[in-house]
Design a protein around this ligand. Sequence first.
Ligand SMILES: Nc1ncnc2c1ncn2[C@@H]1O[C@H](COP(=O)(O)OP(=O)(O)OP(=O)(O)O)[C@@H](O)[C@H]1O
Ligand SMILES: [Mg+2]
Length: 228
Amino acid sequence: MFVLENVIKRYSRRGKEVVAFRADHLEIAVGSYTAVVGPSGSGKTTLLSLLGGMLSPTDGRVLFDGASVYDLPISGRTRLRRTRIGFVFQTFNLVPYLSALENVQVPLSLAGKPAKVQRQRAGHLLQQVGLSDRVDHKPCELSTGQQQRVALARTLANDPEVILADEPTGNLDPESRATVLSFFDNLHRAGKTILMVTHDAVATIRASSRLSLRNGLLSPEEELQRAA
Ligand SMILES: Nc1ncnc2c1ncn2[C@@H]1O[C@H](COP(=O)(O)OP(=O)(O)OP(=O)(O)O)[C@@H](O)[C@H]1O
Ligand SMILES: [Mg+2]
């Protein structure tokens, strides 16, 4: 599904170079469920952003089903993000003046779905993440964990093939975390490709593979496992 070829993402700030992520070759298979782990600043969000078509690499290519994502015209990349790839941001990125239901409707509206279909699907998704009693609340009227679940529901609205989730259980209590993780299990069983940044040991165990990052590099142990 994804292939990274000689990818490097480098930042330079005040004369100091940071290699945020680097991989000579990395493949993510269709239907795999990958836990992305590593300390703060190790390049996890950078990797997800590169895969999601949101951050162009300094060098190298990111292929999605054989097409070089950053050689696509911007409209093609936008279409990819809207229709095939879902992204759960570490910072949620909810629209502050819209209700939970309306936030989940946004991608459906962009995809041209009729208003009634939008409301039904958004309501169903919010119910699945345990928020059917909060549909009319605005983000500022929701707890952090509730906002996180609205963001997850929004990501799933267009039924993307790939779900890139940046610590989707980071702010949840054990019960909500279990709900969200079993939700991801179902998505995995339904054939979705999932990459999840997580510090959660339970989530790491449920995933089918693990990518461990340190200082922007995949850990040698992980390289060995994949070579074997
Ligand atoms: N816009 C930027 N300009 C300069 N450096 C950046 C920028 N964005 C990220 N970095 C650096 O790249 C490195 C990787 O950042 P990234 O956000 O991918 O880490 P992370 O593993 O997601 O961390 P966390 O667990 O804290 O979210 C960090 O050292 C960070 O300081
Ligand atoms: Mg991050």
